[in-house]
Design a protein around this ligand. Structure first.
Ligand SMILES: [Ca+2]
Ligand SMILES: [Ca+2]
Length: 107
C-alpha cells in the first residue's frame, strides 16, 4: 500500500477497533478514548497536546457536539489537530496566526 493509503486505512481501522470495543458501536466513550490515546499515541509532543491522564478534559476538547462520545468526525478532527501540531513543530511555524486565515480553518 502507498503511504497515504496506509495512513487513511489506519485511521479508520484504529477508530473502529476501539470504538466498537464496548458501549455504542462507532462511538468512543471515555474509557475507549482513554485507551486509544494511551496506546496509539507515544510521541511526547503529541501526548502533551492531548493528555489521556486528564480524560475529562480530552473528552471535553474532542466531543464537539457534547453527546459524551467521540464519533468518527470528531476523531478525524483530533487527528488533523495532531497533524497540524506536528507540522508546526517541524516547520517551526507558530500555532494559529491571529491575522487572517490562510489555511482554510473551518468553522
Ligand atoms: Ca463504543
Ligand atoms: Ca460527540
Amino acid at each position: 500500500m502507498a503511504r497515504l493509503d496506509q495512513v487513511i486505512t489506519n485511521i479508520v481501522d484504529i477508530f473502529l477497533e476501539y470504538a466498537d470495543d464496548e458501549g455504542k458501536k462507532h462511538q468512543l466513550n471515555k474509557e475507549e478514548l482513554k485507551k486509544v490515546l494511551q496506546k496509539e499515541i507515544q510521541s511526547p509532543e503529541l501526548k502533551q497536546k492531548i493528555n489521556a491522564d486528564d480524560i475529562e478534559e480530552a473528552m471535553e476538547m474532542l466531543d464537539k457536539n457534547h453527546d459524551g462520545e467521540v464519533n468518527f468526525r470528531e476523531f478525524c478532527r483530533c487527528i488533523s489537530d495532531l497533524a497540524k501540531c506536528y507540522y508546526h513543530k517541524k516547520t517551526g511555524r507558530g500555532g494559529k496566526r491571529s491575522k487572517g486565515k490562510e489555511e482554510g480553518e473551518e468553522d
